[in-house]
Write a protein that binds this ligand. Structure first.
Ligand SMILES: [Zn+2]
Ligand SMILES: [Zn+2]
Length: 103
């Protein structure tokens, strides 16, 4: 059985204000939002890439509490017009020279 989505009668689109008798309802974080089309829903709810600013319609890539559109933007996130020196924290495991006991 297909779960029934909440039926909304004559709701107003949050983005463009169009009153539409078959609005879609998107629930985000427990709050419901009504839209007349996907375009308006995307414009209101879709996150933007923290680097290039494009709209993220898929899963995106979450890194350091920020959301990016793709792996490329994650890797190049520091080179986006902040002109400062990038102090990346690199944790490298130093190779240990453990002497092998021969016996
Ligand atoms: Zn709309
Ligand atoms: Zn991006």
């Amino acid at each position: 059985m297909i779960p029934a989505f909440p039926k909304v009668t004559m709701a107003q689109c949050e983005t463009c204000g169009n009153e539409y008798d078959d609005c879609m309802v998107v629930i985000v974080g427990g709050r419901s939002h009504a839209f007349d089309c996907f375009e308006c829903a995307i414009q209101a709810l879709a996150p933007a890439c923290a680097r290039c600013g494009c709209t993220i319609l898929g899963h995106g890539v979450e890194f350091d509490a920020e959301l990016y559109c793709c792996d490329h933007c994650v890797r190049h996130r520091d080179s986006s017009a902040n002109g400062g020196e990038g102090q990346g924290v690199l944790v490298a495991a130093s190779p240990t020279d453990a002497p092998q006991s021969q016996g």
